[in-house]
Design a binder for this molecule. Structure first.
Ligand code: 4NP
Length: 152
């Protein structure tokens, strides 16, 4: 099973999703390959945003990935491409070559337990609370995503 987490810049939400999900999957004894990418190439080659790395580290997650844009081969190489918000979801579905590839695109919010929010909000231009909320949402969604994969 191979999963690609996708956001806009690939420096905040999707690297956090990759790191949090990878650790929780390992703890659950689940064998998955994970990666993350951006719908833009704006930050290609950069480490995750220092605020995101700091918030994740304080919660026990080391974020080590370097930003890269989504490639068309990702739709063949991954079983699921998981979007952080609706814009990422729409952009990914537009990049898909056919219906089979389109069906691989899911939203991270599909795996939320809480129902008061329906996307992982972009924390880039906000304060520290936004980064903590990203980790809260990704921890919850990762647990439910693990259960979903176990049933596949
Ligand atoms: P991300 O956050 O999509 O969660 O990585 C952003 C990072 C950078 C920008 C926007 C969102 N930016 O405009 O450069």
């Amino acid at each position: 099973m191979k999963i690609l987490f996708v956001c806009l810049g690939n420096i905040c939400r999707s690297p956090a999703a990759e790191g949090i999900f990878a650790q929780k999957a390992q703890n659950a004894g689940l064998h998955v390959e994970v990666d993350s990418a951006g719908t833009s190439a704006w930050h290609e080659g950069e480490k995750a945003d220092h605020r995101m790395r700091q918030t994740a580290k304080a919660r026990g997650y080391e974020l080590t990935s370097l930003a890269r844009p989504v490639r068309s081969s990702d739709f063949d190489n991954f079983d699921y491409l998981i979007a952080m918000d609706d814009q990422n979801y729409d952009d990914l579905r537009q990049k898909a070559a056919d219906n089979l590839q389109m069906d691989k695109v899911l939203r991270m919010s599909d795996f939320f337990t809480r129902k008061d929010i329906d996307h992982v909000p972009d924390p880039y231009y906000g304060g520290s609370k936004g980064f903590d909320l990203v980790v809260d949402l990704l921890e919850e969604a990762s647990e439910n995503l693990i259960n979903f994969i176990k049933k596949q």
